[in-house]
Design a protein around this ligand. Sequence first.
Ligand code: NDP
Ligand code: DGU
Length: 309
Amino acid sequence: MAITTFKLNNGLEMPAVGLGTWQSKAGEVQTAVSYALQNGYKLVDGAYCYANEDEVGEGLKEAFAAGVKREDVFVVTKVWATYNTRVEEGLDKSLKSLGLDYVDLLLVHWPVLLNPNGNHDKFPTLPNGKRDVIFDYNHVDGWKQMEAVLKTGKTKAIGVSNYSKKYLEQLIPHATVVPAVNQIENHPSLPQQEIVDFCREHGIHVMAYSPLGSTGSPLMSAEPVVKIAEKKGVSPGTVLLSYHVSRGSTVLAKSVTPTRIKANLEIVALDDEDLKLLNAYSDDLASKGELKRYVYPPFGIDFGFPDKS
Ligand SMILES: NC(=O)C1=CN([C@@H]2O[C@H](COP(=O)(O)OP(=O)(O)OC[C@H]3O[C@@H](n4cnc5c(N)ncnc54)[C@H](OP(=O)(O)O)[C@@H]3O)[C@@H](O)[C@H]2O)C=CC1
Ligand SMILES: O=C[C@H](O)[C@@H](O)[C@@H](O)[C@H](O)C(=O)O
């Protein structure tokens, strides 16, 4: 199946598959980004907090020098939690590292404020070692800053990440610009159907992260995934990534391994029977209370996700 794009609520086309860069080491991510863009990828997902945007920028530069056009690449970055009260400053830092004058999409990484005047630029802590969270912060104020930054042209679209239905319900009545995207953890062990449905109803495009189960890709050996892969003659990774495109979402897979980067571009159509099998797997985990969230950083905040409260 040819790689498709999805239209965002502001008319922008977003590719269906993207390269993730979280935990990609500085020494490896330049090559990964450059290789991906020269081998068919059109979307790169990064973040200030990943502390590798200089090298992602080098990878972009390398790809542009090899003939890839800036306008053909959809670059995503995220405002980190210590910058939610100074969004433009955070974006400027990312742009400088990336060597760009605009990104295609800027996301609020998490709806939480970490102390902007704390003991660390990204992960300030209290004397007891816990994260230095500003608990009386209202994430709607952060969104107002996102709306302001959209007007500068330094990003073509704005969206959120790690927003549960509850947080979106708090945000939407106050939003002049409805988020174009909600980037959330999503895979058959965490289908998040409620949020996916809510986003669809409100014209918010879902970007699925950790589709392989994050570090070490544990979901590749999930039984129904292997079964569908064998039936279709594709890899388990292809099944896990295709699951999202079938649901109308963009999917992000991280790899610094060229063969995997290339393999992760393969998307196939899943038929009703395949989806039924994957949904039955999700329902079974849900009924046993065994849904699995791989990414839940220790902010000490209830983000309103039904599986963690
Ligand atoms: N908004 C947010 O809060 C979050 C956003 N994200 C975004 O989503 C991206 C993807 O999620 P991520 O958590 O990184 O995890 P993924 O589910 O993409 O899994 C990445 C792991 O799978 C391995 N892998 C990749 N492709 C294959 C393959 N074909 N066969 C076998 N193993 C494979 C990688 O190894 P190797 O690299 O060694 O090849 C790595 O260990 C992130 O990189 C980031 O951009 C992720 C988490 C949170
Ligand atoms: O995007 C990936 C994740 O959200 C990651 O940024 C966080 O888990 C971060 O490492 C944290 O510890 O808060």
